[in-house]
Design a protein around this ligand. Structure first.
Ligand code: K1U
Ligand code: ZN
Length: 181
């Protein structure tokens, strides 16, 4: 198991459409383990593989509460097969946009088809936080971020803030040499 760096905006990898997993082998199981370690360490309640720089359609999640036993879940090639007409609003955060939270409106209930780590197909119905988190993570596999569901004004403001921070970090890593007078 390895703790991996989380890719942050404005990194362009977050806009990639991830590739379907064709074969569930040891490399996919190792990827899921790394994703859990990274998600629990952050901490977060979900993570898509592209958030650690791997463009494969793999999502991990754990919605257990603090006083409950861990409940890790893996979704391979998750696909939304049905959305309710009713919408609901939840506050969302994203490990790729740290410390930024906004209300997002999405379908209240969804059905999702996916494979587990044994390659078995499942179709489940989700609502509440489970539905919100699944939609957020499936969006990641399609290069979509939760800020794409908020106003352009708010999105532009947060992207600008993180772009400025990324530039400052890069400049600190390799400061331009001062020319002696
Ligand atoms: O995909 C991600 O970036 C993870 C994200 C998932 C998510 C959260 C809320 C609504 C939709 C999707 C997070 O885990 S953000 C962190 C977070 O929500 C959290 C962190 C610690 C304890 C409880 C929640
Ligand atoms: Zn996210």
């Amino acid at each position: 198991m390895a703790l991996r760096d989380i890719v942050k905006i404005p990194d362009k990898r977050l806009r990639l459409v991830s590739e379907p997993v064709m074969r569930i082998d040891a490399s996919i199981r190792a990827l899921a383990e790394d994703m859990f370690e990274t998600m629990y360490h952050a901490p977060g309640i979900g993570l898509a593989a592209i958030q650690i720089g791997v463009a494969k359609r793999v999502v991990v999640m754990d919605l257990s509460k603090k006083d409950e036993a861990q409940a890790p879940q893996v979704f391979i090639n998750p696909e939304i097969t049905w959305r309710s007409d009713e919408q609901s609003t939840h506050e969302e955060g994203c490990l790729s946009i740290p410390e930024y939270y906004e209300e997002v409106e999405r379908p209240q209930r969804i059905k999702v088809k996916y494979l587990d780590l044994d390659g078995k197909t499942h179709e489940i119905e989700a609502d509440g936080l489970f539905a919100t988190c699944l939609q957020h993570e499936i969006d990641h596999t399609n290069g979509v971020l939760f800020i794409d569901h908020i106003s352009k004004l708010k999105r532009d403001r947060v992207v600008k803030k993180f772009t400025k921070a990324a530039k400052a970090e890069k400049a600190a890593e390799s400061p331009a040499k001062k020319v002696e007078a």
